[in-house]
Ligand binder design. Structure first.
Ligand SMILES: NC(=O)c1ccc[n+]([C@@H]2O[C@H](COP(=O)([O-])OP(=O)(O)OC[C@H]3O[C@@H](n4cnc5c(N)ncnc54)[C@H](OP(=O)(O)O)[C@@H]3O)[C@@H](O)[C@H]2O)c1
Length: 331
């Protein structure tokens, strides 16, 4: 194996960030204390977090030079971890990868084995990265709602509907037989119907003044917006319904009261995909494999080479991208 490889290296001079594809020595890859696994990366994906790290100094990434990329899929080359051997196909998301630990915008990555999930048998690597963090977050949200007693046939609201987490939530809920209500800023977009939405509402309906309790409209919800939107959802969730909160696109505050909880028994469940224990990740990935097929995923992909990441990060920050931006590592 060559002693050097190519990666997108982000550096900072005088508060100015610059990223370019550069040769990196294999021994520059960080090693944790034990159980390290070296992976030849096939695909990564550009997430909002990566775009922020690539365009705003000190946001997300605090050490330079650095290899970003919060998630990657590839094949194991060398392993000091008993659960992995050369040739295994694996996915890595979360655990600070691409934030504090060199990430996936790179031909090789090295992480502890207990950060890795083996791909379900037969799952294609490109499909796996398309699903990635948003798909995993949506699946974990649905698992949490079901553990709280929500069942197919019930009406589930999905906010941020055309976004990554929102789109996967809709596809999965529809496949499982839920009635999906999508809250969106793009009410006339045909995209949502194609995903399997039953009812579309304008997101402004959930952004107004918050009443402690309002008409019970939803059996459950997956919310990636937070702020007044989440507070309004809690007021409008039916008796003993459940709400999975996973994002803060609309703000990190939560201007609610205790009434939805103490008078209606509404359950608010926090979802975190980053530090999620491996056992629950494995279960979620098995379920994602059962529920999603390549045809649906192919419609969501915009594929780019490694050197095109900086340009796309800027476009993402301007809100110009949609779907999943998959990074092809080898040309
Ligand atoms: N907890 C976790 O582990 C986890 C994992 C992944 C992501 N997240 C978080 O989840 C959130 C969504 O992530 P994502 O990847 O789905 O993001 P995304 O692809 O950027 O989608 C966000 C969606 O929110 C809607 N939106 C945009 N600006 C808005 C605003 N000002 N007010 C209300 N809605 C707005 C838009 O959908 P419409 O146009 O359809 O309204 C947009 O497509 C983020 O906060 C992210 O940090 C958390």
């Amino acid at each position: 194996m060559n002693e050097s490889f190519q990666a997108l290296v982000l550096d900072k001079t005088d508060d100015h960030l610059h990223a370019k594809v550069t040769d990196v020595k294999l021994d520059a890859l960080p090693k944790e204390e034990d159980g390290n696994v070296l992976v030849e990366v096939h695909y990564s994906a550009l997430n909002y977090k990566d775009a922020l790290g690539l365009t705003e100094p000190g946001k997300i990434i605090n050490q330079y030079p650095f290899i970003p990329g919060c998630e990657f899929v590839g094949k194991v080359v060398e392993s000091d971890h008993l659960d992995f051997k050369a040739g295994d196909e694996v996915i890595a998301t979360g655990f600070g990868i691409g934030e504090r630990h060199f990430g996936g915008f790179s031909q090789f990555a090295q992480v502890p084995g207990n950060w890795l999930v083996k791909l379900p048998k037969g799952m294609d690597m490109r499909d796996a990265i398309t699903i990635g963090t948003p798909g995993l977050t949506a699946m974990l949200s649905i698992d949490a709602l079901e553990s709280a007693g929500v069942r197919p046939g019930e009406e589930v609201l999905v906010t941020g509907a055309t976004g990554g987490v929102g789109s996967f939530s809709i596809i999965l809920l529809h496949k499982l037989g839920y009635h999906v209500i999508a809250s969106t800023g793009k009410t006339d977009s045909p995209y949502l119907q194609a995903l399997g939405v039953d009812t579309v509402i304008d997101r402004h309906e959930l952004e107004g003044a918050v009443r402690p309790l309002a008409r019970q409209r939803f059996d459950a919800a997956i919310d990636s917006i937070g702020g007044a939107t989440l507070a309004n959802i809690l007021s409008q969730t039916r008796y003993e319904g459940a709400v999975a909160a996973c994002g803060l696109v609309g703000g990190s505050d939560l201007p609610t009261t205790v009434y939805p909880f103490i008078l209606r028994g509404v359950k608010l469940i926090g979802i975190d995909s980053v530090m999620q224990p491996i056992v629950r990740r494995l279960k979620a990935w098995e379920r994602l494999d059962e529920l999603l097929d390549s045809n649906v995923l192919n419609h969501m992909i915009h594929e780019i080479p490694l050197h095109d990441i900086p340009r796309h990060a800027e476009a993402m920050m301007r809100g110009e991208l949609s779907g999943r931006t998959v990074v092809r590592i080898h040309d």
